[in-house]
Design a protein around this ligand. Structure first.
Ligand SMILES: O=C(O)CCC(=O)C(=O)O
Length: 280
């Protein structure tokens, strides 16, 4: 296991985030990059049922006029977000079982009884991506408790130039009752007076943060992409409170419950071909 679980817990609880380097081995990093590049190389030709999960920079510009100095022609068919990654390629569904990440999640949740919510890929395309507003993730996740975390797997180095995530440490410590829809877009003038930290890290690192930490990030005007595969994970007794559901939502890859283990085995039988299922 890379790094040190005591440091993970300490940083996560104190600051609301932790960076764990070398989570993705070289082969996994390469495969994930290729999988994302297959989508970004020609997003216009993605089948219609999957295209609904693509968010183009040009669509974002329509939703938020004035958010960037660039024109629709400048941004072309650059993607900003790919939702529902597991539907694009089985490799992204199988990432739900990626053991080095599960080790960190189990440590931070303090139990193996946590579950998967969804996977997306946030793309800051070279030269054209726009910035992210300051926000907390919890309000748009709509859950019964705030015991959720965001786990970003960095496919590229994160640098100030390519739009690394910026966090406001300690802002995760807020009562659930005080988190509202307004936290999805917090004006600069209403930010708490805490130092901002630009989270820089090498490709292959994981950045995990509590869904209540305030974060944002700059535009990418560099020549380097900045792509993060982002998973949302939920702790015990933490449930969605709206109709929205995602592919593979609810899988519990570390659960000690035989029924949950059977669910994982039968979801990915090819990955357990040599493991007899004694719970049939
Ligand atoms: O990729 C990032 O820097 C953060 C993404 C983010 O804030 C989000 O998806 O809500």
């Amino acid at each position: 296991m890379p790094d040190n679980p005591a440091r993970w817990l300490d940083s996560y609880h104190r600051d609301g985030y932790v960076v764990v380097e070398d989570i993705l081995d070289a082969n996994t990093l390469q495969r994930l990059r290729r999988g994302i590049e297959k989508i970004t190389a020609d997003p216009e030709s993605v089948p219609a049922h999957l295209k609904a999960h693509l968010d183009f920079e040009r669509d974002f510009m329509k939703r938020r006029p004035g958010a960037t100095e660039l024109s629709v022609q400048d941004v072309g068919s650059a993607l900003r977000n790919i939702m529902e990654l597991p539907l694009f390629d089985p490799m992204f569904a199988e990432l739900i079982l990626y053991a080095p990440l599960l080790d960190v999640l189990q440590c931070l949740f303090g139990t193996p009884e946590f579950h998967f919510h969804n996977y997306k890929c946030i793309i800051k395309a070279p030269r054209v991506s726009s910035k992210f507003v300051w926000h907390r993730d919890l309000p748009y996740l709509n859950h019964s408790t705030p015991n959720l975390l965001t786990a970003m797997l960095c496919l590229d180095p994160m640098t100030p130039e390519n739009g690394a995530t910026v966090v406001l440490p300690s802002t995760h410590r807020i009562d659930h009752a005080h988190v509202s829809a307004a936290d999805m877009d917090i004006p600069e003038t209403e930010l708490p007076d805490v130092p901002r930290v630009t989270v820089t890290c090498p490709a292959g690192a994981a950045v995990l943060f509590h869904v209540n930490i305030i974060h944002g990030g700059g535009a990418n005007r560099s020549d380097m992409p900045r792509r993060n595969v982002i998973g949302i994970w939920a702790g015990p007794d933490t449930y969605p409170v709206t109709a929205a559901r995602y592919a593979y939502q609810g899988l519990m890859p570390r659960s000690a419950n035989p029924a949950r283990q059977r669910q994982v085995l039968r979801t990915f039988p090819h990955l357990f071909a040599s493991t007899p299922d004694k719970r049939k």
